[in-house]
Design a protein around this ligand. Structure first.
Ligand SMILES: Cc1cc2nc3c(=O)[nH]c(=O)nc-3n(C[C@H](O)[C@H](O)[C@H](O)COP(=O)(O)OP(=O)(O)OC[C@H]3O[C@@H](n4cnc5c(N)ncnc54)[C@H](O)[C@@H]3O)c2cc1C
Length: 457
């Protein structure tokens, strides 16, 4: 056994986020032994959880949701044995609150009707605006993204929609309701290419593509714990607290990596699965063929702020709800998501307000956030005006996602590089997907496939 293990080709994977973990699991399938090197003391990268010191409750660094269309992510979760820990809706169903009225957007039970019936019933748009949206959706469906890739990458989604009859009301009450949380940026700042990708992929395929899913357990348990066990059981190695200082070249040949403590680790291939802003520091300046990779650093990032509030009684009667006439954006009922029950055993409820494109909120002090969001919750939900707040916590993630601003496509590099045994992974690499867990997993799979192809030659 030991000798057959040592004959296996090895891949070093730098970074234990979802991209690196997916690359490790795919490498195992290809018969390649992965060695994952993660500089932090835990796996999961930007999708992790921690224990809140005051309540002892496991808190995610940000509420993560996925769609049925995130097939690579769902397959990865299944592969590492965590499928039972995720939940998926049967049909898309999103309650939207405005001025005290809840109206639902969702997928029709009638085959072939998609979202149309719910759009026509949607109470937060006038009839004329509903027809505008239906027309806009038709234009989205009929647009060939690949053929028009260059022009779509150079304009904002908002200007693209405005040129197709959309107005302030349809943009605020429908289009941006979906764009802001999905792309973590305002509709006026994302490229038309990214906006069209989102709507075509999520809402214009099958009903299955559109469903919303989430983890029933903390994110570190979902991917980190299961991936650690999966990789170890299949002969791979994961080393935490291992900071890679740079790639290790001898002449033009990539031999492996050099760690921050000066030691080296050798392998047949290296997959750099680090964020775009961390790639540059791994690249030795002496290797000119790698100079074009510097463009990755031009991608910008956007923050997400999670506002956790523990109440002494239930304030939400849904697992999640969107709010359009308030700063609340999307609110998730963590109690319901984790336990399936609307109340904690002590009768309380834990909710998280997920704030995307959160530049304004990320600058604010905790006290300011607490005053503002506790009051907003009381304004939007009658039960929140009588329930007492037992704990408040804000979680700020400044570089949560990369931005899909106009022109950003050029910085999304392919997984193959000019160095034959060096590959790139990370949500920011060229996957066609925005900054998501799906993009991360896809990139890891693509990089591992490319490495396997190279090593088989
Ligand atoms: C608050 C928040 C909410 C989000 N919500 C959603 C959501 O609802 N749905 C969704 O799909 N996505 C969401 N995302 C985005 C999603 O988390 C990311 O797209 C995904 O996790 C990126 O994975 P990655 O592996 O590409 O990068 P990362 O997770 O950043 O992993 C890179 C890893 O590389 C390690 N590393 C860096 N440099 C080195 C080095 N020199 N040596 C060793 N290791 C190194 C890092 O420590 C890190 O662990 C959210 C992100 C945040 C922060």
């Amino acid at each position: 056994m030991a000798s057959s293990e040592t004959r296996k080709p090895t891949s070093i994977i730098v970074g234990g986020g979802l991209a690196g973990l997916a690359a490790a699991s795919r490498s195992i399938r290809h018969g390649i032994r992965p060695i994952v090197l993660e500089k932090r003391g835990y796996l999961g990268g930007r999708a992790f959880s921690f224990t809140d010191r005051e309540t002892g409750v496991v808190v995610d660094n940000g509420q993560h949701i996925f769609l049925g269309a995130c097939t690579d992510y769902i397959d990865f979760i299944s592969e590492i044995g965590a499928r039972d820990s995720i939940y998926e809706q049967e049909r898309l169903d999103v309650p939207v609150l405005k001025n005290g009225v809840v109206s639902r957007l969702g997928w029709s039970r009638v085959p072939g009707m998609g979202m149309l019936p719910s759009l026509l019933r949607y109470r937060h748009l006038s009839m004329a605006d509903k027809l505008r949206v239906v027309y806009g959706m038709m234009r989205v469906r009929l647009t060939n993204r690949r053929k028009n890739a260059e022009t779509l990458d150079q304009q904002t989604f908002q200007s693209w929609l405005e040129a197709r009859g959309q107005n302030e009301s349809t943009i605020a009450n429908l289009w941006n309701l979906i764009v802001l949380p999905s792309l973590n940026d305002d509709i006026g700042d994302v490229s038309a290419a990214a906006g069209l990708m989102l709507f075509q992929t999520a809402l214009m395929g099958s009903g299955r593509d559109a469903v919303i899913g989430y983890s029933r357990v903390g994110l570190s348990e979902l991917a980190g714990k299961h991936a650690m066990a999966y990789v170890s059981e299949h002969g791979g190695d994961i080393q935490l607290n291992t900071d890679v200082a740079s790639l290790w070249f001898e002449g033009d040949s990539l031999r492996g990596v050099r760690l921050a403590d000066g030691s080296t680790i050798e392998a047949d291939a290296v997959i750099a699965a680090v964020p775009h802003f961390a790639l540059g520091s791994l690249l030795p300046e002496t290797n000119q063929s790698l100079a074009p990779l510097a463009v990755a650093a031009s991608l910008e990032t956007a923050p997400i702020v999670g506002i956790h509030i523990w109440y002494d009684g239930p304030v939400l009667d849904e697992p999640f709800i969107a709010v359009v006439d308030s700063p609340l954006q999307f609110i998730f009922n963590v109690t319901a998501i984790h336990s399936g029950a609307m109340e904690e055993p002590d009768g309380g409820q834990h909710v998280v307000i997920s704030l995307s494109g959160a530049w304004r909120w990320s600058q604010m002090e905790r006290r300011e956030l607490e005053d503002l969001f506790v009051a907003e919750m009381a304004r939007a939900f009658p039960a929140a005006s009588t329930a007492h707040v037992t704990r408040f916590l804000s979680v700020k993630q400044i570089d949560a996602t990369f931005r899909v601003t106009p022109g950003s496509t050029a910085a999304r590099l392919p997984q193959k590089t000019a160095v034959p045994n060096l590959f790139l992974a990370g949500d920011w690499t060229d996957t066609d997907w925005p900054s998501t867990m799906e993009s991360a997993v896809r990139s890891g799979n693509l990089a591992a496939d490319a490495a396997a192809e190279h090593l088989s030659r």
